[in-house]
Ligand binder design. Structure first.
Ligand SMILES: Cc1cc2nc3c(=O)[nH]c(=O)nc-3n(C[C@H](O)[C@H](O)[C@H](O)COP(=O)(O)OP(=O)(O)OC[C@H]3O[C@@H](n4cnc5c(N)ncnc54)[C@H](O)[C@@H]3O)c2cc1C
Length: 699
């Protein structure tokens, strides 16, 4: 209609109205748009959408399965969480007198259909905006939208996403290529972290946004989108409901550590709860926990969908630390400045930033078998693959055996208690702790030598908080082909279980077979239990006993209890320290990560020294109690401090394309990573397949 100026805002992982740069701009400047049409697109390559196809019709898109692994890209836990996020933000748009459409299809298909439908009614789109994402598929989608806009004479702008902790314009990096490969080096250039984030942007006032169009084009056939939530979720989950055959049964009494609904409103409720309950203050002490909702923030899934920004979290922490928000006045540490816990949360949020910056630096290397390390051309580690076509003729174990290992890893029957409990928890709840993830990833890639990308796609399928940058970078980090400067170390999952599940509760909760097993070392590695005990509990023929995927030599000596110090590990000798991941300090060669992977409690270095767990009156649910023990596991000495730490060096904003939003097609994109695959039947067992033929030559 003459005089109308329609802006289409395509949402992706920015499902929020608070601290949303696009909405803030629209609410506060004289932009000239008369109408705003926000659209959330369910991308059929990343989430299965065939449940929305009208009866008797077929989806034009291949199944949303991962290229490496052929797992569903998005499993039920995240699909449901995502549906909740979509519905919640739709409601939030309505609460500021706007609205939001949900559409299904490839980005260019949706946009083309929208343009055609509007044209039929003598309407047109003036401008399309979206926020940028750096990883390959997202860049492809951006490019596809930019292309359509350029063909149809529509303005297109890509906005800088401001959901991260430190704004790209303030990092001091002139280009992503300047990012140090050691996290600590980067962190040191950004400290003090509390001073770094920009202020967050307020929720737009009702009526401040351009009007939502009075009529909107329908969804393109063959898809139909129900307008009620229950039906929407039913259709979303229908095709992916049975992710695996013979799944582990849900253990009686087990509870999800992540029972939270998705959405912007639940994200804020969660944040308020964490501050008011004191969980933010105790975070540093509890963050290596395994059981319960509050040992860590559980903000990752909200952050991944962009329901809340890292700087909004920071802002609330500042209000609490400065004592300016009376609602927080009863919380431990109120008005006393930054504390160990709030500092540690900022530290972790910087890790998240860093992982994204790594994607910007390395592009498609995020998905490559030789990872970031392969960039120098000297990384040639061989991985065990389940694919006959890719395996070396002398691969040991052979591909069939590797496929079976993967099946058992997913179902939690490897025989390694901590790893199995984590897999089962993940399968049932969509969440498992950072500590458990590290151990599971290390077991699969280091102990079993399996292609890390298979693990990454399993996590993509099952994690509620999947974020491609954080997930793939962490997998690479643990596998040794990413940005871990000491890449040949691995976790000892038995020792880690003694360190972090010291009463066996986590393992016994999720691996119900282990509940009656009395000795911890047997809980953590069932095959070490005595025949009489196995017989007694009917476990003699259990596959975890008859064919454990790995045996780890580990002996336990009971020692007298040491003195107690709340929350802390107490070292009884040798060197220790409160080391953080990537920090300088202990390096353990091929041994354990020393339990000090990041800023957790100081735990034993791996030198064969004797350590005692504190069994004091801890407020945390992970904290050690009961037996004090010493360990003699795979011990390794310390390595040198191999991180040169540059001083702080902020370079002012240079205004280059890395730091600014892009316009139209004027940006380069790397070659395609995920290629559309043929329609495979629903994933049941892991069956190796000949995917390599579809991959570009560099894979
Ligand atoms: C193999 C592996 C895969 C992972 N996959 C993902 C993933 O897909 N998505 C994801 O968000 N995190 C991932 N992580 C990182 C980390 O495990 C989760 O962010 C964390 O467990 C989420 O729980 P939380 O929100 O309670 O974290 P908290 O301990 O409360 O941390 C606060 C926030 O800091 C960020 N953060 C913490 N640790 C990391 C980290 N190592 N890397 C990046 N950001 C971090 C997250 O945004 C998190 O919400 C992975 C880690 C490993 C070892």
């Amino acid at each position: 209609m003459a005089g109308n100026k329609l802006l289409v805002y395509l949402l992706r992982r920015d499902l929020r109205v608070i601290d949303n740069p696009i909405l803030h701009h629209l609410a506060t400047t004289d932009h000239g748009f008369t109408h705003l049409l926000p659209i959330y697109i369910l991308p059929p390559h990343q989430i299965e959408t065939s449940g929305f196809v009208a009866e008797g019709q077929k989806s034009p898109y291949p199944l949303a399965k991962s290229q490496v692994g052929r797992f569903w890209r998005c499993g039920p836990a995240r699909a449901k969480f995502q549906a909740e996020c979509i519905w919640d933000v739709k409601h939030n748009f309505e609460s500021v007198s706007s609205g939001m459409l949900v559409r299904i299809g490839k980005f260019d298909d949706v946009l083309n259909h929208l343009i055609e439908s509007l044209n039929e009614n003598n309407q047109s789109i003036d401008t399309v905006w979206m926020t940028e994402e750096p990883s390959k598929e997202e860049v492809d989608d951006q490019n596809a939208v930019a292309r359509v806009c350029s063909e149809k004479g529509i303005d297109f702008k890509l906005w800088l996403d401001e959901k991260y902790f430190i704004d790209d314009r303030d990092t001091g990096l002139k280009s992503p290529q300047d990012l140090p490969d050691v996290f600590t080096s980067y962190r040191k250039t950004q400290e003090p972290l509390r001073e770094r984030p920009r202020p967050s942007l307020p929720r737009p006032q009702a009526g401040s946004l351009p009007s939502f169009p009075s009529s909107v084009p329908p969804q393109k056939a063959p898809f139909e989108i129900p307008d009620n939530y229950d039906e929407f979720v039913r259709r979303l989950l229908d095709p992916i409901d049975n992710m695996i055959s013979d799944p582990p049964p849900f253990p009686e009494g087990a509870k999800s550590a992540h029972p939270f609904k998705g959405g912007e409103s639940p994200a804020w409720e969660r944040l308020y709860h964490l501050i008011k309950s004191g969980a933010m203050t105790t975070y540093q002490e509890t963050r290596n926990g395994l059981i319960g909702t509050d040992y860590s923030t559980k903000l990752s899934a909200f952050l991944a969908m962009g329901c809340i920004s890292a700087r909004s979290i920071h802002d609330e922490l500042v209000k609490f630390e400065d004592g300016t928000e009376r609602d927080y006045s009863k919380a431990m540490g109120f008005g006393q400045g930054e504390n160990e816990g709030t500092r540690a949360v900022r530290f972790e949020l910087l890790w998240r930033d860093y992982m994204r910056l790594c994607t910007m630096k390395y592009g498609v290397r995020l998905f490559k078998l030789d990872g970031f390390k392969g960039a120098n051309g000297n990384y040639d580690k061989k991985w065990n693959t389940p694919n006959e076509e890719d395996a070396d003729p002398d691969q040991n174990p052979p591909p069939k055996v590797v496929a079976e290992m993967i099946n058992r890893f997913i179902r939690g029957t490897t025989g390694m208690g901590l790893v199995d409990a984590s897999s089962r928890e993940l399968y049932h709840t969509g969440y498992t702790s950072n500590r458990a993830r590290q151990n599971a990833a290390s077991f699969l890639t280091k102990h079993l030598g399996v292609d890390w990308r298979i693990g990454a796609s399993i996590y993509e399928a099952f994690l509620i908080d999947f974020d491609v940058n954080s997930n793939h970078s962490n997998w690479q980090y643990i596998a040794g082909c990413g940005n871990d400067p000491r890449s040949n170390r691995s976790f000892n999952p038995v020792k880690q279980a003694f360190d972090y599940d010291n009463d066996g509760k986590f393992c016994r909760t999720w691996c119900w077979e282990l509940r009656e097993i009395t000795k911890l070392e047997h809980v953590f590695q069932l095959c070490t239990a005595l025949p009489e005990e196995l017989e007694k509990h009917g476990l003699t023929n259990n596959i975890m006993v008859t064919n454990p995927l790995k045996r780890i030599e580990f002996s336990v000596d009971r020692k007298p209890r040491g003195s107690r110090r709340p929350y802390r590990w107490k070292r009884a000798g040798g060197r220790g320290g409160n080391n953080r991941r990537g920090d300088s300090g202990n390096s353990s060669g091929n041994g354990d990560f020393n339990g000090n992977y990041r800023n957790g409690p100081s735990s034993p270095p791996n030198t064969g020294d004797t350590y005692m767990q504190n069994n004091g009156q801890s407020r945390s649910n992970w904290a050690p109690r009961g037996n004090s023990m010493s360990w003699r596991g795979n011990s390794n000495g310390y390595g040198p401090n191999n991180h040169g730490l540059p001083g702080r060096g902020h370079i002012p904003f240079q205004g280059n394309s890395f730091q600014q939003g892009y316009t139209n097609n004027a940006y380069h994109h790397p070659p395609r990573q995920y290629m559309p695959g043929p329609g495979y039947s629903q994933q049941q067992q892991y069956v190796p397949h000949a995917y390599h033929q579809q991959l570009p030559p560099h894979m």
